[in-house]
Write a protein that binds this ligand. Structure first.
Ligand code: NOJ
Ligand code: CA
Length: 556
């Protein structure tokens, strides 16, 4: 397999809006990012993924782009971006830009033109359909944000037709069937590569192709979230035949011509579907992240699930594809709250990091994870910002749920859990801003912040750094085969990563209980401790006692 820089990368997602505010307007910005790049270098990160920082009305915090070739003024200018890029490069950090190619903002010039008349040159940049005979929407498809009346179609008076939007009505879907649209997108991707970026994260790349003929969905509505008459039916736009033709076309016109890494947001991608997207000989994209371990709705990763999923995806990697390892991002809950235990916050944060950094694939850290940031619980729906949360709340109100039930749902499922400002120190607003933050700071910031973490002998940040160093020093972490042991254990995860140079053994007690385990003889060779997450001494032995959330990496 041809060696690429990103095979050995440690990635970090920056959600700029919540990272660091340099000018006191309450919104994180590029100069803020620039001032903190040294922190990321010290963390051992060598690749940044920027969630969208393009010009945007911020309906979905930047996933509604109104100009793909401009930086949003709240974040700075192209000059600021270039400074960040050059500084990152000087530190050996590559930069990957989020590309939102499924939809744009309704404020994009293309859409403002498109809606003007049926013969406008930009009409076909978007998806327009006439009403059904009774005047209703072309299909019963619902939008993912449960917004408005719930439909994925919005009527536009000017031309008397509906336009299609899988997400918000303010985020119309682009029409990939139309060649001039494709050419504009390709030009724009080259623009960013010319500027020096190292690759792209592709937002919902499995959804560019829509079901031809727009059939009605026969799916049963979700009694909690679907609005009357409209159903959210992923099959109408996800992995629709023809999607590979689109990706191959992008690859041919852009990715294959340039030095660039691509990682796709694999909505609905299973390990059976993945190879067709990511095997190098397919000529589509380089890597993807799936949702089989981390998703907004899942609240538990059992050792059994972990083993099953990792084995399946290791199989994809054996065929030559690359997988992203992560447990949280800007769309999820905080991983310590969701998959760890806040009562063992530090220990479980480190254990989860140990798992993601030693499983096959490229680890991607989400900002704040490296200091063990936790979920937030806002008292009022007014404090929430995420449009998915607001739509879900509204649907629950209409579907007969109580305010308490809806608020419970929001506090666990809201993407705002991941989006509260970064907690740098214990000063007002966690050192994120001198102004009023755009989203409330998590009230636990005086206890959980970077400054405090670094001052502690139990620093989570330093554990992440040690894991990053391990990737550099131990080829088995990158290329080693994966084998699980004690496969019936309900608490403890045991696996090896073995390549011709070495074998590493990872033992992780993913529970809040003390556990005794008995290892097979075959693992009892050598046993140098490379890294562990507790201060206690523990050596490799047939019978081992593990403390809650204890995780150890041995070299056999
Ligand atoms: C996936 C992004 O990660 C999410 O934040 C966004 O709302 C949707 N795609 C729509 O762009
Ligand atoms: Ca700012």
């Amino acid at each position: 397999m041809e060696k690429k820089w990103w095979h050995e990368a440690v990635g970090y997602e920056i959600y700029c809006k919540s990272f660091c505010d340099s000018n006191g307007d309450g919104i994180g910005d590029l100069q803020g990012v620039k001032s903190k790049l040294g922190v990321l270098r010290d963390l051992g990160v060598n690749c940044i993924w920027f969630a969208p920082i393009y010009k945007s009305p911020q309906v979905d915090n930047g996933y509604d782009v109104s100009d793909y070739m401009e930086i949003d003024p709240a974040y700075g200018t192209l000059k600021d971006f270039k400074e960040v890029l050059d500084t990152a490069h000087s530190m050996g950090i590559r930069v990957i830009m989020d590309q939102v190619l499924n939809h744009s903002s309704d404020q994009h010039f293309w859409f403002r033109e498109s809606r003007k008349s049926k013969d406008n040159p930009y009409r076909n940049y978007y998806i327009w359909q006439p009403p059904r005979e009774d005047g209703s929407e072309p299909t019963n498809w619902g939008n993912y944000f449960h917004e408005g009346n719930g439909s994925a179609w919005t009527f536009d008076e000017t031309t008397g037709e509906y336009y299609f939007h899988q997400y918000s009505a303010k985020m119309p879907d682009l029409n990939w069937e139309y060649e001039p649209l494709r050419q504009e997108i390709y030009k724009m991707l080259h623009f960013w590569l010319d500027l020096g970026v190292d690759g792209f994260r592709l937002d919902v790349f499995t959804r560019f192709k829509k079901m031809p003929g727009f059939p009605m969905s026969t799916k049963t509505p979700d009694p909690k979230l679907d609005r009357k008459g409209y159903v959210v039916d992923y099959t109408m736009c996800t992995h629709v035949p023809g999607i590979h033709e689109i990706l191959k076309d992008i690859n041919k016109n852009v990715f294959s011509q340039r030095e660039c890494m691509t990682m796709g947001e694999g909505a609905g991608v299973t390990c059976e579907l993945a190879p067709d997207y990511i095997l190098p000989e397919r000529g589509e994209i380089d890597s993807l992240y799936h949702f089989e371990l981390s998703s907004r709705r899942r609240s538990e990763i059992t050792p059994e699930l972990f083993r099953t999923v990792q084995k399946k995806w290791a199989g994809v990697m054996e065929q030559g594809g690359w997988n992203i390892q992560y447990l949280s991002n800007h769309d999820s809950q905080r991983q310590v709250t969701c998959y760890g235990d806040e009562a063992y916050r530090v220990e479980s944060a480190k254990l989860l990091a140990t798992l993601t950094h030693t499983s096959p694939g490229i680890p991607f850290i989400y900002q704040g994870e490296e200091i063990g940031m936790v979920n937030v619980r806002f008292d009022s729906i007014e404090d929430y910002n995420c449009c998915y949360t607001l739509g879900a709340y509204q649907s629950m109100m209409e579907n007969g749920y109580t305010v308490e039930e809806a608020m419970d749902f929001c506090s666990t499922q809201s993407r705002d859990n991941a989006r509260t400002p970064y907690q740098w120190d214990d000063s007002e607003n966690a050192g994120f801003t001198t102004g009023k933050p755009w989203l409330k700071v998590n009230p636990r910031y005086t206890e959980i912040n970077l400054k405090k973490d670094l001052a502690s002998p139990d620093s989570i940040f330093r554990h992440y750094r040690a894991l990053a160093d391990l990737r550099k020093e131990h080829p088995a972490v990158i290329r080693g085969n994966l084998t699980f042991y004690l496969e019936d254990d309900e608490d403890v995860i045991v696996y090896t990563r073995a390549c011709k140079e070495e074998t590493l053994l990872i033992i992780a007690n993913k529970s809040s209980k003390q556990r005794a385990i008995s290892l097979p003889e075959s693992l009892l060779q050598g046993g140098e401790v490379l890294l562990s997450n507790l201060k206690k001494e523990n050596s490799l032995a047939k019978e081992m006692k593990l403390d809650p959330w204890e995780a150890i990496i041995f070299r056999l």
